[in-house]
Design a binder for this molecule. Structure first.
Ligand code: DAH
Length: 341
């Protein structure tokens, strides 16, 4: 028996395990019901009394040795499993990611729309790729009008009704008049395209918001009131407006609207070039020809329209004078608008 104990001690010392299953097999082989050590304990009953003390001690320490070796192997295997597992520290804060900011043109457009929505104007949109009829024809542009010239307009195809990139959002008022039930009260935001060389003061893409109100008995006084209320909301309660006679093919009479300079309060500064006034939009009473072209009876209905450049309004609000900055998406420029959202 002594020899058998020595053999087993030796064997136990040399045990190695890759996985928990190996260790379970060793346990069964050594300490299980029919295991080698269990078997020795059974044989122990037959041992001569004078040998019992010595062998008993050896046997007990063999059993303890086996148990602690198995425990040790188990820890090693578990450590190895841990080591190979992906190392996550769930208590660490997550990676910081930079939030974008609203673009100043989006901020301005939203502000314009929200002011008009308070006055009861719905938002209407139309296609950027348009036809000649909706951009020019229905808006009373005579066939020889210079705005149809290749210099100004990006044409996509030539035909009786050429396809082109819209040069203004006034095309959306035509689509609205064709489809919407009367009365109509809408603002139409969108991108417009003109064949211009890019500079600080001109760009081939920019944004406009068009407005249209058609009902019975709409007068120029209503137009003036709408524009004044808008200007006060946009530039401050103290803002004044003035209207200068102008010409657009689709309105009669037509006017250009100036607001009192919000920088110098009308005294004259370099922003308003000493005049005290800043131009913000074109407007007028919808020409009867335009109503008729879209199937509205000008004897029953009248209306006004206005159109403003979003970049222009943004420039006046923030004195960012180089149009190109609005299109380059330089984050250093965009971050300057973080606080105005
Ligand atoms: N469509 C004009 C432009 O692009 C702006 C405009 C002027 C719109 C007068 C109007 C208006 O509705 O009545 O320059």
């Amino acid at each position: 028996m002594k020899q058998r104990i020595e053999e087993l001690l030796q064997e136990i010392q040399e045990l190695k395990a890759q996985k928990l299953q190996d260790i379970e097999e060793y346990r069964i082989r050594l300490l299980g019901k029919k295991g080698a050590i269990t078997k020795l304990f059974e044989d122990f009953r037959e041992v001569l009394p004078e040998q019992k003390r010595e062998l008993g001690q050896k046997l007990n320490s063999l059993k303890n040795m086996a148990a602690s070796k198995l425990e040790e192997l188990k820890e090693k295997v578990e450590d190895a499993v841990q080591q190979n597992a992906p190392k996550f520290d769930f208590t660490k804060p997550g990676d910081k990611f930079d939030l974008g900011t609203r673009h100043p043109i989006s901020i301005t457009r939203e502000e314009i729309l929200s002011i008009f929505s308070k006055f009861g104007y719905a938002v209407a949109e139309g296609p950027e790729i348009e036809d000649d009829w909706h951009v020019f024809g229905a808006l009373n542009f005579p066939p020889e009008h210079p705005a149809r010239d290749m210099q100004d307009t990006f044409f996509i195809s030539q035909s009786d009704n050429p396809v082109l990139l819209r040069t203004h959002t006034s095309s959306v008022q035509v689509r609205a008049m064709e489809r919407m039930p009367l009365p109509i009260r809408i603002v139409c935001p969108g991108r417009v395209f003109r064949n211009e060389a890019i500079s600080a003061r001109a760009h081939c893409i920019f944004h406009q918001v068009e407005g249209l109100y058609i009902d019975k008995n709409v007068s120029f006084a209503d137009l003036k009131q709408a524009v004044l209320l808008f200007a006060k909301e946009m530039f401050g309660e103290q803002t004044k407006i003035r209207m200068r006679p102008s010409y657009f093919p689709f309105t009669e009479p037509s006017a250009e609207v100036d607001v009192s300079c919000n920088i110098c309060g009308g005294k004259g500064c370099n922003i308003c070039k000493g005049t005290g006034w800043l131009e913000i939009m074109g407007c007028g009473m919808v020409d009867p020809n335009v109503l008729e072209a879209s199937g509205i009876d000008p004897k029953v209905y009248s209306g006004f329209a206005f159109g403003m450049g979003v970049e222009r309004i943004a420039m006046l609000k923030w004195q960012v004078k180089d149009l190109r900055l609005y299109f380059e998406n330089d984050v250093r420029f965009l971050r300057e608008f973080e606080t105005v959202i």
